[in-house]
Design a protein around this ligand. Structure first.
Ligand code: HEC
Length: 189
């Protein structure tokens, strides 16, 4: 390799380093934006349904709208957007091995007192950019995920989710997480 080539290689590697860092920062920002959009679309609909017909109506709304919002956002953005849990309600929410590891990590971080808004994790896995953001149990969630769910709500849940295991949660526990995947072409090295 002559000096010219050596110089070109150095310039190239210097260029590539910040580019990769920049790309992953841009992906992180995109992922955060999509999570925000998901929450901002779903939450008002649940709240409205709660006010209009109580939690049993809201179960219906959640069952119908949540998967649609995830599918629409995925189609619009080119990302794969899901919610996952170690105790899933929807059969679409079964966490894969990587997601299970991150969810367990979130649980340890909650136990160690890490603030809810800092519970996120991003990594490059097999050429894909993956991002997760935890969702913790607040008072609202207890009506449909808590230890003492009303009979009418339970009935609605059973109708839609005969294999539900998303009950028995207490305030502040990790309910699950948004899980987003971006598959760039070519894959991230
Ligand atoms: C009115 C009842 C209701 C309330 C209130 C509610 N959920 Fe749910 N939750 C559901 C239903 C129904 C599903 C299944 C939705 C689907 O099929 O995608 C679900 C699914 C989820 C999932 C996806 C994983 C899974 O197990 O399917 C997460 C995460 C979740 N809820 C978190 C929360 C959090 C956090 C709160 C409080 C801020 C909350 N939920 C409040 C009914 C509710």
């Amino acid at each position: 390799m002559n000096n010219y080539h050596r110089g070109a290689c150095l310039v190239l590697s210097l260029l590539l380093l910040p580019l990769t860092a920049m790309a992953s920062d841009a992906l992180h920002q995109q992922a955060l934006g999509l999570v925000k959009q998901f929450g901002a679309t779903l939450k008002p609909q649940i709240k409205q349904a709660m006010q209009q017909g109580g939690p049993q109506t809201a179960v219906e709304v959640c069952a119908n709208k949540a998967p649609k919002i995830a599918a629409q956002l995925s189609a619009q953005s080119g990302w794969d957007i899901r919610r996952v849990s170690l105790k899933n309600r929807s059969e679409l929410a079964i966490a894969d091995e990587w997601e299970q590891g991150v969810l367990r990590q979130f649980e340890l971080q909650v136990a160690a007192g890490k603030p809810a808004k800092e519970l996120e994790y991003a990594a490059t896995v097999a050429g894909e950019y993956r991002f997760m953001k935890a969702q913790l149990i607040t008072p609202l969630c207890l009506q449909c995920h808590g230890t003492n769910v009303a009979a009418a709500v339970q009935e609605k849940i059973n109708q839609h989710y005969p294999y539900d295991s998303a009950l028995g949660y207490r305030l502040g526990e990790v309910r699950g997480a948004f899980s987003l995947t971006f598959r760039p072409e070519p894959p991230i090295q």
